[in-house]
Design a protein around this ligand. Structure first.
Ligand code: ASP
Length: 330
């Protein structure tokens, strides 16, 4: 990659589509199509970027983030890992749809092998809305990616003036521009214009300390999510047992479920089929301390993040105690 030679940091913006690249009826925020504008045009549309960094762009995908696949995650992680070896490159920004942003962020947090900043952003309003949030989010994402303070913090998300960590971020609103939070863990800090203010960082293992390596794999073990609800049929678990390589229970409360489901989960675990107990509840812990039921516990990871960690864990081990350990450290 060719960058201008000056004192500014060199940042690559990687496009994947999403609402930030979406277009629709002028002025409206609904009925638009994601992934219509090339990342190059997103970058050139924010003139102030040239004052804070030397930015180049690369379009890897142009989709609604609900269409992103695990193969796309692997491709993205390997692209960043390859580019991170270039000493001229100081950091990365990924533009992404918000619907599965937290999943891509967590996958990259576990598979990117650099301490250089990797920041994801997106928008809730398409580029053709009356007041689109994408340009400012992109500006703040570049501001975060060029910051010395972002080095070694794991994959970050810049969204609506806040800094989030990939492990804990979750989309919590379907349409407001402040669509993300860390749930009851707060956030990592704030961004005001291009000034970055960190107050917290994750204590969990990530990026350059992660043991997971996707450089030589083309697909992940496929993991399902089984939703428990009052009167849920145990055949739901049997479906996943027959069709996947592991399952995450989206349980009630602290990863709870009915006695029939509980018995089936114990049988599946005893047969070597991994089941991670997670929760449909937005806040709090799922650990063995809070239940008498044995198994692998998601800690504070949501079901959709637990399935990513289980898939990566299975690339390393099939031993249930080792998988449990992985869920405690990541
Ligand atoms: N459906 C869109 C996407 O995830 C939503 C968004 O970007 O806000 O691509």
């Amino acid at each position: 990659m060719e960058f201008v030679k000056n004192e500014l940091k060199n940042i690559i913006v990687i496009g994947t589509g999403g609402t930030i690249a979406g277009t629709g009826e002028a002025g409206k925020t609904i009925s638009y199509q994601s992934g219509q504008i090339e990342v190059n045009d997103l970058v050139s549309g924010v003139d102030d970027l040239k004052d804070i960094a030397n930015v180049t762009s690369k379009e890897l995908l142009s989709v609604d983030s609900c269409d992103i696949t695990e193969e796309d995650w692997i491709h993205l992680a390997n692209y960043i890992n390859e580019m991170a070896e270039d000493e001229d490159i100081d950091g990365f920004v990924v533009t992404h749809g918000t619907d599965t942003l937290e999943e891509t962020a967590f996958f990259l947090n576990l598979t990117v092998k650099t301490s250089k900043p990797v920041v994801i952003t997106g928008s809730m309003r398409p580029s053709t809305a009356m007041s689109p949030d994408g340009p400012f989010n992109l500006f703040q994402a570049v501001a975060l990616a060029r910051s010395e303070e972002s080095i070694g913090k794991g994959v970050l998300v810049a969204f609506s003036d806040a800094i989030y960590g990939a492990r804990d971020i979750q989309k919590v609103n379907t349409y407001r521009t402040a669509a993300f939070s860390h749930r009851d863990l707060g956030s990592l800090g704030y961004i005001r214009d291009d000034e970055v203010y960190f107050y917290n960082s994750s204590t969990k293992r990530h990026t350059f300390n992660s043991e997971f390596d996707v450089s030589n794999i083309s697909e992940l073990p496929y993991i399902g999510i089984a939703p428990f609800f009052a009167s849920a049929d145990v055949k739901i678990l049997d479906y996943f047992h027959e069709n996947t390589q592991g399952v995450v229970l989206s349980g009630a409360g602290c990863g709870g479920c009915s006695s029939v489901w509980d018995k089936r989960i114990k049988e599946l675990m005893a047969s070597g089929f991994p089941v991670v107990r997670s929760s449909r509840i937005a806040n709090g812990l799922v650990t063995s301390e809070y239940t008498t039921q044995k198994g692998i516990f998601s800690n504070t990871l949501s079901p959709q993040k637990s399935r990513i960690l289980l898939a990566l864990a299975l690339t390393k081990t099939n031993d249930m105690d080792s998988i449990s350990h992985i869920f405690n450290v990541y």
